[in-house]
Design a protein around this ligand. Structure first.
Ligand code: NDP
Ligand code: 8X3
Length: 249
């Protein structure tokens, strides 16, 4: 019998590529996001028995509950939760950053993620399922302007490890995937719609692709059930680390 995966943020980037990867491999996919029109091609391609679109703002708990309550019978037994929906907003230094941007990141990347996880944990335990959380290299490696975004992803990585500890003995697997630079709509969103800035960032950098990350998500999900990847950090070859900075008085 085919397994069921719920992927948040499946309208774009990693989530869209992952939805296509899992559906193509015969999984039932619950694809979520706010932009319904983005999910239609996936449904057209794979059919309503394979892909179910659940359209809601992940920060809206009532809408999330309604979407879960409205799942068709064939999609109710969720084996895998991919917490992917998320965003960065702004690159300004903390002292110049927008508090509204910070709150949007916290509400989306942390509060919505823990709310959905908490809601699905009982059935994931019952089904000896799995959780894959999309964190970031920003969880571990700070950079100027990363402030609240990095903080939210540090939460995601540490929450994932904490879940592992609490779910000890249940058979539920938990993984935090921590990608570096990948070309998606991420920078377009981060810059509040500046396509030129997004193009400039990725130009000549040979970044990772959404498909690269989808393959990692699928790989983690389909490992033998006795294996757990705790954290998986990956970058394009073109990206590495820079040293500490020193302010001289
Ligand atoms: P995209 O902007 O391409 O995709 C983000 C997805 O999140 C969209 O499907 C969007 O759906 C969804 N989303 C955002 N806010 C909400 C919301 N309030 N309600 C519902 N869905 C929401 O970016 P990526 O694919 O790159 O990002 C996916 C994840 O990967 C994020 O968590 C990001 O932080 C992380 N990441 C990205 C990296 C990169 O370099 N690209 C590197 C490391 C981590 P919609 O707008 O339709 O609601
Ligand atoms: C996205 C990677 O380096 O832009 O999480 O923060 S980075």
């Amino acid at each position: 019998m085919s397994k069921t995966v719920l992927i948040t943020g499946a309208t774009s980037g990693f989530g869209a590529a992952a939805a296509r990867r899992f559906a193509g491999a015969g999984w039932k996919v619950i694809a979520t996001g706010r932009r319904a029109a983005r999910l239609q091609p996936l449904m057209d391609e794979f059919g309503a028995d394979t892909v179910h679109a659940a359209v809601f703002d992940i920060r809206d708990t009532a809408a999330m509950e309604a979407a879960l309550a409205a799942l068709p019978a064939g999609f109710r037994d969720i084996d895998l939760l991919v917490n992917n929906a998320g965003l960065a907003q702004g690159t300004a230094a903390a002292q110049h950053a927008s508090l509204e941007d910070w709150r949007t990141m916290i509400d989306t990347n942390i509060t919505a993620l823990v709310t959905l996880t908490h809601r699905l944990l009982p059935q994931l335990i019952e089904r000896r399922g799995a959780i894959i959380n999309i964190s970031s290299t920003a969880a571990i490696h700070p950079y100027p302007g990363g402030n609240a975004y990095g903080g939210t992803k540090a939460f995601v990585s540490q929450f994932s490890l904490g879940l592992r500890a609490d779910l000890h003995g249940t058979g539920v697997r938990v993984t935090a995937i921590e990608p570096g630079m990948a070309e998606t709509e991420f920078t377009l969103v981060r810059t509040h719609g500046n396509q030129a800035a997004s193009d400039q960032l990725y130009k000549g950098a040979n970044p990772m692709t959404a498909q690269d990350i989808a393959e990692q998500i699928f790989w983690v999900a389909t490992l033998p059930p006795h294996l757990n990847i705790n954290r998986l950090e990956l970058m394009p070859v073109s990206q590495s680390f820079a040293g500490f900075q020193v302010a001289r008085g």
